[in-house]
Design a protein around this ligand. Structure first.
Ligand code: NAG
Ligand code: NAG
Ligand code: NAG
Ligand code: NAG
Ligand code: NAG
Ligand code: NAG
Ligand code: NAG
Length: 691
């Protein structure tokens, strides 16, 4: 059915006769045994407005006199007419969307408290006799209104479902059903690849996050957990109405982070974009990435964990409402590096259908200008190279490579005795993806042709405008020349600083604050050399050669906070119309709809727009907005942006295009093309065989 037209035609119905009292069916343990469960919530992503909205649970069609019992089994009640009237705008949209998405047959209406409701756009009620005998979907209250930050379930909100031969007890809050801390792998052995969780007949309490993987002074080796937020749980045994899946791989330099970060909480995307969100932990640092030549320790344990998590998702996610044939892998920073790695991993290709790499790092290979922290995220060491920069240092820092331990196996067995927290806290840790021959088989992602080594799927890459501001150095002392600023900012000598200035390609702004202006130029160069050039060249090559089936590119021009080692100040307390650096990692709230304190209305509108674009990519492989869908959902500001800017087009040739994400944003061409060529990373870098 299209749009609201079918609903408009419906005659409103309201039945006033009382039904028999609820049957006592509270003893049901598996709450999707008799019905699917849909949690609907009209989410405008304005968290301070959540208190003014209520959601509902929709259950499968049942005979009217059984409807109250069906709600009671979930510790809820039939929805009241008064509450519907109070929230009629929300519910008109929510129900219209159920119709539009073919999730429920809405024509006959829904059972509510004391009767049946059917509405048209004007939300007109009228009565109809005898509908207690009708089979109609049921609208129940959804009283678990705790938000994202809540530590766990409120009483009565638990929901138990079966998948495989295990039962998972999760819960619901205002935004979605949540299953947290699900073990996806057996307890991993140190420096062995993880295997899919095999325990059977378990009841898994999935109401709290599992441990993060060992990092700094916290975390543990028992950390291979994933978390699910979903708007819909199919009836046990059914695979109907499955939603696309966003599979999130966190960042943190391959040494930190976890899937429990509030910024990547999937509850808002679940309700706003009707997606299933999965966030995972994977092993980090020396526990995740140690590689030692001549031993069985071949590295990439963290990458292999990600693939094990994908395997778990493929096997189980349908039980949680997700479509295992529609998985988009997405990550930021080291998570984007992971996505890039998985795009070329024979063990992973075929297990996902779309990929998004946010602020992937690279660079530093050809230009003599400066070494680059980002190189190893896109160009993979051999095991020997990794050992040369990390392995031998780790052995000696752990006290395992003294003269009485010449042979490598005794050194390794010494290292195995060290505690996890000691290993991840040594002065050197392993954090490099390596060419292990199984998970990673090429030195780089192959972008020159359609080929078996690269997933032939739609991809999206992009950066924050000033990603590199987080990876350059604000001069410790005020400077007196621009050259001094560049030397400090980029860690280069005067020869190179002067070459940069002489190129005329990186003019300095002139605000009267030389130190700040010079840092601004350092940040631009750092953004270009470590992020922008390599990522633009990647999508250009992959789209031009046909390695990817399609490619999209963005630049995030509106952000908040982010990774700020220089303390150049997030825009937190500022007017976003002032100049500020769009730092690395500062785009997360725009992708997950988790911006807690919009600074102005444009912040909120831009978040609504970004989630719509990323949501569309997860649904269809194209970040194209569907005006009809947006109309049904009542996402007026997103429609307005679409009207103003048009659709986000594929990368097609040297002009891009790219999408500048802001409110309302704009379409543009590739950025700093000439600068990138000068830095050694022109658009055709990969097509010319660069790596
Ligand atoms: C939840 O239930 C427990 C046990 O019945 C009770 O002690 C507690 O106060 C309840 N909490 C809330 C928030 O209702
Ligand atoms: C020397 O290395 C061996 C490992 O083979 C280890 O058991 C021993 O503790 C080390 N000795 C010192 C003094 O670090
Ligand atoms: C400046 O750095 C470059 C690249 O590291 C090096 O080749 C050159 O010798 C250095 N020049 C001076 C004057 O130190
Ligand atoms: C230059 O800008 C920086 C960053 O905003 C600020 O900390 C510093 O005080 C400014 N210096 C001057 C001389 O205004
Ligand atoms: C950096 O300079 C550019 C102009 O070159 C300006 O548009 C931008 O606002 C500046 N960024 C900051 C944080 O001052
Ligand atoms: C967010 O919601 C609050 C509370 O309803 C409201 O005062 C505020 O105007 C909303 N913000 C925007 C940008 O709509
Ligand atoms: C978008 O454009 C359509 C067609 O021109 C128009 O009917 C609609 O009112 C516009 N909507 C918004 C929100 O600007």
């Amino acid at each position: 059915m299209t749009l609201l037209t079918s609903l408009v035609a419906i005659v409103g119905v309201f039945v006033a006769n009382a039904y028999p009292q609820p049957l006592d069916e509270r003893a049901v343990t598996v709450s999707n045994a008799k019905t699917s469960l849909s949690l609907v919530y009209q989410n405008n992503l304005n968290s301070s407005d959540d208190k003014n909205h209520v959601g509902a649970l929709i259950l499968d069609a049942t005979i009217g006199y059984q409807a109250a019992a069906a709600c009671a089994a979930l510790n809820e009640r039939l929805f009241s007419k008064a509450t519907l009237q109070e929230h009629k705008t929300d519910f008109t949209r929510l129900i219209a969307y159920q119709d539009f998405s073919n999730s429920f047959d809405t024509v006959g209406g829904f059972h509510i408290d004391g009767g049946t409701v059917v509405w048209d756009r004007q939300f007109v009620f009228s009565s109809q006799a005898g509908s207690s005998q009708k089979r109609l979907p049921v609208l129940c209250t959804q009283s678990a209104t705790n938000g994202l930050s809540s530590a766990g379930p409120v009483n009565g909100s638990q929901v138990a479902i079966a998948s495989g031969s295990n039962t998972f007890v999760g819960y619901r809050n205002q935004k979605s059903f949540r299953f947290l801390g699900i073990p996806y792998a057996n307890l991993p052995q140190r420096w062995q690849y993880s295997s899919l969780y095999t325990k059977k007949d378990q009841t898994i309490q999935a109401t709290a996050y599992g441990s993060q993987c060992a990092q700094g002074s916290s975390g543990s080796e028992d950390c291979l957990f994933l978390n699910i937020q979903t708007p819909h749980i199919p009836k046990a045994g059914s695979k109907k109405n499955l939603r696309p899946v966003l599979f999130w791989i966190h960042g943190g330099g391959f040494t930190g982070g976890n899937g429990a970060d509030g910024l990547s909480d999937g509850g808002n995307l679940a309700s706003r974009e009707d997606l299933v969100v999965v966030t995972i932990n994977y092993r980090l640092s020396t526990l995740g990435f140690l590689a030692i030549p001549g031993t069985d320790i071949k590295g990439n344990y963290g990458i292999a964990d990600q693939i094990t998590a994908l395997d778990w998702v493929i096997a189980n996610i349908a039980s949680f409402g997700g479509d295992p044939r529609k998985i988009t892998i997405m990550g930021e920073s080291a998570g984007a590096g992971s996505v890039r790695t998985l795009l070329g991993s024979p063990k992973a290709i075929g297990k996902y259908q779309g990929a998004v790499a946010m602020s992937n790092l690279g660079g530093g290979v050809t230009i003599g200008l400066m070494g680059d922290y980002g190189t190893t995220y896109s160009s993979y060491y051999t095991i020997d190279q990794s050992y040369a920069v990390a392995g031998s240092q780790i052995l000696s820092a752990a006290g395992c490579s003294n003269s009485s331990a010449q042979d490598i196996s005794s050194q390794v067995s010494c290292l195995s005795q060290a505690s996890a927290s000691k290993l991840v806290s040594l002065s050197t840790v392993a954090r490099y993806v390596v060419q292990d021959g199984t998970y990673v088989t090429t030195p780089n992602l192959v972008l020159t042709r359609q080929n078996a080594n690269t997933a032939h799927i739609p991809v999206m890459f992009g950066v924050t405008r000033d990603d590199g501001a987080s990876f350059s150095t604000y001069p410790k002392q005020p400077i007196t020349t621009h050259s001094q600023g560049l030397q400090a900012g980029l860690g280069i000598n005067s020869t190179w600083a002067d070459k940069i200035i002489a190129s005329g390609l990186f003019p300095s702004p002139n605000t009267g604050n030389l130190t700040l202006d010079s840092f601004n130029v350092s940040a631009r160069i750092a953004t270009d050399k470590t992020f922008r050039c390599i990522d633009q060249a990647t999508v250009y090559a992959g789209a031009t050669s046909g390695a990817f089936s399609s490619a999209y590119y963005y630049q995030m021009d509106r952000t908040i906070n982010g990774y700020d080692p220089n303390n150049v100040g997030g825009p937190k307390d500022r007017d976003p119309n002032n100049a500020y650096f769009r730092l690395h990692g500062a785009d997360m709230p725009w992708v997950f709809g988790t911006l807690s304190s919009p600074r102005n209305v444009d912040d909120l509108y831009s978040v609504q727009l970004s989630t719509a674009l990323f949501g569309a990519f997860v649904r269809t492989g194209r970040p194209e907005l569907d005006a009809e869908l947006l109309e049904v959902r009542g996402y007026a500001k997103v429609i307005e942006a679409l009207n103003k800017t048009g659709q986000w087009g594929e990368v097609d040739g040297k002009k891009g295009e790219i999408r500048v994400l802001d409110w309302p944003g704009k379409r543009a061409g590739f950025v700093d093309v000439e600068q990138c060529a000068w830095l050694g990373y022109g658009l055709d870098y990969y097509l010319k065989g660069g790596a």
